[in-house]
Design a protein around this ligand. Sequence first.
Ligand code: HEM
Length: 275
Amino acid sequence: MENALKITKVESYIISLMDKLPILSYYANSRGWSFLISWGHRLAGLTLVGYMFAHIYTLSLLFSPAAFDADMKLLHNFVFSFLEWCVAIPVIFHSLNGGRLILYELFHVRAEEIVIRFMIILGLIYIFIVGFFFIEEIQQISATLFWSITVTVSLIACVIILFKIWVTDNSILWKLQRITGAFMFPMLIGHMFFMHMNYLTGHDSKTILERIQSPFIKGMDLVFIVLLLFHAGYGLFSIIADYIKPGLLLKSLTFLIIIVMAISAFFGIRIVVAL
Ligand code: HEM
């Protein structure tokens, strides 16, 4: 028989604080916490889509390194650094919750409450470690070593999910959503981490341009862009398909998503190839 999870004092204190927020407590009591978590996943996914477009725009400034450095200088203040750090929250929440969903769908891991507890603890540890690097800006690691390790872990995750998922009856696009999610899991967490271990790594045009000359980094970035845009595009499609009945409107919006993602892919690929 399964033992019920014991709620610690810290957790019951946090739940009591969240219960004081009318919207959260209303939905938590009427629809359950899993409903709120799936909404959190959706909102985090949408926030990341918005951030992704802004990110492609900022990177396009690298064609004029002086403009890029001026932009970064402008944004290097407490408010923007704080907002940039805040992006770690949807990144880690969506990644860990996405990983949890994949575990649940493919491996039928039913110890949901325990997984959610670990997800929250790991998420908080990650957010504060990223915050530490934001403040310290002193760490160094070779790009090739860091990304070789991360890509290897991503490929292992991808292969495990690929074998497990291929035999299921789900649509090919659904399967690709999980496979791209598994690939991005280590990559995206690593990306955020790596870019902030040293401020110059992600904010100085000379450092970025030097790094991107490596064929390994170029190839990795290209694969990442394609998988990311597919995942984001299919994610947007699955959200609208939840609210709009099949018909002309759904078809038109799907077409619009494909166009926007294709244009973004074009700009993203151009940046990586041409720089
Ligand atoms: C880091 C690794 C990631 C993992 C493991 C992951 C995993 C997942 C999974 C499993 C789903 C399906 C959820 C469902 O059908 O209920 C999903 C949906 C989605 N993802 Fe991701 N994802 C990741 C990164 C991203 C990124 C970077 C973006 C945006 C740029 C993104 C945007 C979305 C969107 C918009 C949805 C649809 C949300 C929904 O239907 O509720 N994801 N993700």
